[in-house]
Design a binder for this molecule. Structure first.
Ligand code: ADP
Length: 484
C-alpha cells in the first residue's frame, strides 16, 4: 500500500461514547505526509466542550467496565491484540504515511504495540491483594487494588501507535476507562485505536479519542475532577505544564518526558558491536526517540576508530520515503525539527567541533536531513544539554571511567543510557553510577513490553510495561477488618 491509497483505519472523526463525530464548530485540521508534503486528510479540531463530553462518557462507562471480571477484560484486550496483528500492514502504512518512518520500523512499532496489549491482557488477571499480619487480636489487615478511574492520555508523534498501546492497554486491563489525545501531527494512529476498540467489542465510552486543540483538550482533562489520572509521553516542557495543571485536583501522574541519553564506549568495547548499537540507538526513527543517544562519550584509545566507522556507516545509510524499499531513514516530522538539527550542528561547528559526515539537509529536500556525525564535541555546545531529536551523532572524547560517568550524569534528564565494555566489573560499576531509569549494556535497543520503561530526574515518573506497568493505574485500599 502506498501513502496515497485509502487506508481502512483512517478516520476523519473523533470517537466520543461510541460515536464518530466532528467538532462542534465543524472546524478541521489538515494532516500531512512528512515525506511528500501531501495532505492525507483532515481531523476534527475539537476543544473543551467535546472533551467534557468524552470525559462524561468515560465516567459513565467506568462502573460497567471496572466491574467486569478481569478475565473478561483480558479477553477483549486479547481480541484487540489479534486485530492489531491481523491488520499490521494497514496500520504500519497508516503510521508511515503520517509519521514518515521506514515501513519496516512502522511494522515493528505496530507489532510491539500488539505485544503490549497482549501483555496487559495477561497481567489483568494478576492483580493481587495482600493480607498483612495484624498487630491487633481479632482483626485482619487486607489490601486490595482498584482501578483509579477515568484516565486522560496525551501522546506524541514519534511513536504514535505504540505509545498509546502502553497507556490504553494498561488502563483497560486495570479496569479504567480512557480519553486519548494523540499528537496533531500523527492523529490517525490515535484514531485507529478507536477503530480497534470497536473491532474488539469494547463497550461505548470505555475508549474515547479526541483530536484538535492540545491546550484546550489538555486543560479540560487536567481540570476535570472526573479524571483521576493523567498519563503523558512528550516533552519535559509540556509535562511540567500538565503536572502543574493537575495539582489543583491532585491527580495520579505518569510522565514519560525528554531524555538526553549518553552512549559510553570504553577502550575495551567490541568496536563492531558498539557501532551497530550506536546506529540503532541514534538513527532509528531519524533520531526522533526519547531514548535515542544524544551524546556519545568515547574513550581516547578507541575514539578515532569508532568515529571513522560510525561516520562511514552513517554516510552509507539510505535516506528516503519510508515506503521505498531499503530506506533506513525517513524524513523528520516537520520543518521545526529540521531547523533544530541545523541549529545544533551550526552551534557545535562554530565552537570548534569537526564535521565527519552529513551536516546539512539531504538532497531530497523537504524535511529530509543527512545522517550526521560530528567529533570533538565539548561541554558548552547546545547538543550537550539539549535533546537534538534528529540524526546527529555528537562524539566527545574522554580519558577515565570517572570522567565518563560524571559527564553522562551532567544533565537534568535521566531516561536511557548505554555503555559498551567487555569488562563485567566495569559494566556493573558504571551501571550503578548512572542516574538513569534504563541502561543498555552492550545493547542499543532495549524496549520490550516485559521490562519497566521510564525515567528518573526530569525525565519523568512512573513505569510502562512489565509487571509494574499496571501499578500506575491502580489505587491501593487498606481494609482493617475487626470484630473477628
Ligand atoms: P513533542 O516535542 O514530542 O512534540 P510535545 O510535548 O510538544 O512533544 O507534544 C506531546 C503531546 O502533548 C502532543 O499530543 C501535543 O499535542 C500535546 N501538547 C502540547 N502542548 C500541550 C498542552 N499545553 N497541553 C496539553 N497537551 C499538549
Amino acid at each position: 500500500m502506498t501513502s496515497s491509497a485509502k487506508n481502512p483505519f483512517l478516520r476523519e472523526a473523533v470517537l466520543i461514547d461510541g460515536a464518530w463525530v466532528g467538532a462542534d464548530s465543524g472546524a478541521t485540521i489538515a494532516v500531512t505526509d512528512p515525506a511528500t508534503g501531501d495532505t492525507l486528510g483532515t481531523i476534527p479540531d475539537v476543544g473543551a466542550a467535546e472533551t467534557g463530553r468524552a470525559i462524561a462518557a468515560a465516567d459513565a462507562a467506568f462502573p460497567g467496565w471496572s466491574s467486569l471480571l478481569a478475565a473478561e477484560r483480558a479477553e477483549k484486550l486479547l481480541t484487540m491484540a489479534n486485530h492489531i496483528r491481523a491488520n499490521a500492514d494497514a496500520l504500519a502504512a497508516l503510521l508511515t504515511s503520517e509519521q514518515g518512518k521506514p515501513l519496516k520500523e512502522a511494522k515493528g512499532e505496530v507489532m510491539i504495540a500488539a505485544a503490549y496489549v497482549q501483555w496487559f491482557a495477561e497481567e489483568a488477571r494478576r492483580v493481587y491483594g495482600e493480607v498483612i499480619s495484624s498487630p491487633w487480636k481479632g482483626r485482619k489487615i487486607l489490601v486490595t487494588r482498584e482501578p483509579v478511574g477515568v484516565v486522560g492520555a496525551i501522546t506524541p508523534w514519534n511513536f504514535p501507535f505504540s505509545m498509546i498501546a502502553r497507556k490504553l492497554g494498561a488502563a483497560l486491563a486495570a479496569g479504567c476507562t480512557i480519553v486519548v489525545k494523540p499528537s496533531e501531527f500523527t492523529p490517525y494512529c490515535g484514531l485507529a485505536w478507536g477503530v480497534l476498540a470497536e473491532m474488539a467489542g469494547i463497550p461505548n465510552g470505555v475508549v474515547n479519542v479526541l483530536t484538535g486543540d492540545a491546550k484546550a483538550i489538555g486543560g479540560a482533562l487536567t481540570s476535570s475532577p472526573l479524571v483521576k489520572k493523567i498519563t503523558f509521553t512528550g516533552s519535559t516542557r509540556v509535562g511540567k505544564i500538565l503536572i502543574e495543571q493537575s495539582a489543583a485536583t491532585v491527580k495520579r501522574l505518569s510522565m514519560e518526558l525528554g531524555g538526553n541519553a549518553p552512549f559510553i564506549v570504553f577502550d575495551d568495547a567490541d568496536l563492531d558491536r558498539a557501532v551497530e548499537g550506536a546506529l540503532a540507538a541514534k538513527y532509528r526513527n531519524s533520531g526522533q526517540t526519547c531514548v535515542c543517544t544524544n551524546r556519545f562519550f568515547v574513550q581516547a584509545g578507541i575514539y578515532d576508530a569508532f568515529a571513522e566507522k560510525l561516520a562511514a556507516r552513517a554516510a552509507a545509510m539510505k535516506v528516503g520515503n519510508g515506503f521505498d524499499d531499503g530506506v533506513e531513514q525517513g524524513p523528520l516530522i516537520n520543518a521545526a525539527a529540521v531547523e533544530k538539527v541545523e541549529r545544533h550542528v551550526a552551534d557545535a561547528l562554530g565552537k570548534g567541533a569537526r564535521l565527519l559526515t552529513g551536516g546539512a539537509r539531504h538532497a531530497l529536500g523537504g524535511t529530509f536531513f543527512a545522517p550526521t556525525v560530528i567529533a570533538d564535541v565539548k561541554p558548552g555546545m547546545l547538543v550537550m544539554t539539549d535533546e537534538t531529536f534528529g540524526p546527529l551523532s555528537a562524539l566527545v572524547r574522554f580519558e577515565t571511567e570517572a570522567e565518563a560517568i560524571a559527564s553522562a550524569n551532567a544533565t537534568e534528564f535521566g531516561l536511557a543510557a548505554y555503555l559498551y565494555t567487555k569488562d563485567l566489573a566495569r559494566a556493573f560499576r558504571v551501571t550503578d553510577a548512572l542516574q538513569f531509569g534504563m541502561v543498555g549494556v552492550n545493547e542499543g535497543i532495549i524496549t520490550t513490553e516485559v521490562a519497566p520503561f521510564g525515567g528518573v530526574k526530569e525525565s519523568g515518573m512512573g513505569r510502562e510495561g512489565s509487571l509494574h506497568g499496571l501499578d500506575d493505574y491502580l489505587n491501593m485500599k487498606y481494609i482493617s477488618l475487626g470484630g473477628l
